[in-house]
Design a protein around this ligand. Sequence first.
Ligand SMILES: N[C@@H](CCC(=O)N[C@@H](CS)C(=O)NCC(=O)O)C(=O)O
Length: 219
Amino acid sequence: MELFTARVCPYAHRTRLALLEKGLEFEHIEIDFAHKSERFLAVSPYGKVPALVHDGQTIYESAIINEYLDEVFPDPPLLPSNPALRAKARIWTHYCNEYFTPDLYAVIRNREPAKHAELAAKAAERLRFVEREAFGKLSGDGPYWFGAAVGLTDLAWYPYFERLPAWTHYRGLAIPEDCPRLAAWAEAMAARASVRAIANDAAYYIASYKARAGEPMAA
Ligand SMILES: N[C@@H](CCC(=O)N[C@@H](CS)C(=O)NCC(=O)O)C(=O)O
């Protein structure tokens, strides 16, 4: 199994975490976006990471790769067994991709101080929605999205929280104080062996996001 990946990429991070949680061996192929190899462009039709080659097939799109891995290597399972809960797990990954991520990145990309408060408030509201609708309704005693067992939803969301120190540094955005369940979840995730095995520190992300963020902006 080969994984085309990049250290900075939150989507590739999701798949690396899934492979580690499953205890699967794979060849790690680091892609430099400025110099994409012919092999990479041949296997990854969108020219994006992550892309997985397994059994002669290329699978791409992080959420789809992770479901593929869960189907082909079902132990340990990373989706709930109940169909309604499986649907909810997918809804939350969809929410991450379609609503949370664009609003989060809008905050760090924005260089206009006049727009900052509105963008930051919108991203913080996304986090409060997670606190209320996910941790308040689905997680029981937690600590994970669907309770006691880690799953694909946790793996889809966690990469943004490892990167959050860059948002705090450049834009003053952090987990809101009225989101204690979300904060406890981020801590529980950070302590997992899979997460620790490939974690980068805040300084790495602050340097990585410099080109996008520019200078820190007063909150
Ligand atoms: N929807 C894709 C997004 C993947 C993606 O956007 N990857 C970025 C890096 S984070 C990429 O490969 N970009 C290639 C480039 O910038 O040339 C997924 O979930 O896998």
